[in-house]
Design a binder for this molecule. Structure first.
Ligand code: PDD
Length: 287
């Protein structure tokens, strides 16, 4: 099936949606993005993604071409047109195409942002068999820039980290800076020790995950103890369990870090419970 995608105000077949070779997203990675999951035809955590998008744009002094209501409308329209039951909506906004290459930002009065949205159909997204098995992680140095709180499309290093994980026979990579885990290549990272859920505190060092915010809130509501602090790779290897969170994989248990099995080598009780709670609760508020 040819997807219907959204480009600058129009719904088009994917084969007809064209962006200029001078687009700053293409030439300079001068753009931001969001990924929102869809379960049962409804958007999960839409509000959080819309708020973070506005923040990313603001931090880069980029114009927001759509209101929150319009954004919701576009998301829903694409989900309906593409008959998505379970899947993802990808959104990207770039600083537009000024008609030439220049490091200096173009005048926003004359260069409009480019906005693109498309869906990815993923039947059974919430039933990924990896969640039952758990994932294996390799650690790699975090050499990304220092504004990881802005969700930019500069994803070359995260892609390289995923390739390093693949070559190591692992499912994903955790990024390490000054001995401490910052986050996963495309998710936030957590360990569990003595019942405490430990995850790095928010700063410019990590993306402020929308799933992270919801999971920590649900954990506290379920009387689980949450500690927001740095943790080392050594501490992670000695943890009882570990997991990651993201819009595309929800709560994903980790069972091995750099070849060291955690606990009994199976997904831990806290990770499994948080996954259940997150899926149950966010489905209730899906729109
Ligand atoms: N990635 N950290 C990084 C570096 C990420 O790229 C992501 C999301 C997260 C989790 O954020 P959230 O819970 O809001 O999805 C943390 C998305 C899913 C992606 O790039 O596909």
């Amino acid at each position: 099936m040819t997807r219907t995608v959204y480009l600058n105000g129009e719904y088009l077949p994917e084969t007809e949606a064209k962006v200029s070779i001078f687009d700053r997203g293409f030439l300079m990675a001068d753009g931001v993005y969001e990924v929102t999951s869809v379960l049962g035809g409804k958007l999960i955590d839409f509000e959080g993604h819309a708020v973070r998008l506005a923040r990313s744009l603001g931090e880069l002094e980029m114009a927001n071409p759509v209101s929150k209501d319009e954004l919701l409308e576009i998301h829903r329209e694409l989900v309906a047109k593409n008959e998505i039951v379970d899947g993802l909506v990808y959104l990207q906004i770039t600083r537009g195409a000024p008609g030439d290459r220049d490091f200096v930002f173009p005048d926003p009065e004359t260069t409009a942002p480019t906005i693109v949205l498309f869906t990815q159909n993923k039947p059974g997204l919430d039933k990924d068999p990896k969640a039952a098995k758990g994932t294996k992680i390799v650690t790699v140095p975090d050499i990304r820039w220092h504004r990881r709180d802005i969700k930019t499309v500069q994803l070359l290093y995260p892609s390289m980290a995923k390739m390093m994980a693949k070559k190591a026979g692992c499912d994903d990579a955790w990024l390490v800076e000054d001995g401490f885990v910052t986050e996963g290549s495309s998710n936030n990272a957590y360990i569990v020790k003595g019942g405490k859920i430990i995850t790095r505190a928010l700063s410019n060092d990590i993306l402020h995950g929308i799933t992270r915010a919801a999971v920590l809130r649900f954990a506290k509501e379920a009387q689980m103890e949450v500690v927001e602090r740095n943790f080392t790779v050594e501490e992670a290897k000695e943890a009882d369990e570990a997991f990651t969170t993201s819009a595309s994989a929800f709560v994903m248990p980790v069972v091995e870090i750099d070849g060291v099995a955690l606990g009994d080598g199976a997904p831990g009780a806290v990770s499994k419970r948080l996954r259940e709670i997150y899926l149950d609760e966010s489905l209730k508020t899906a729109i």
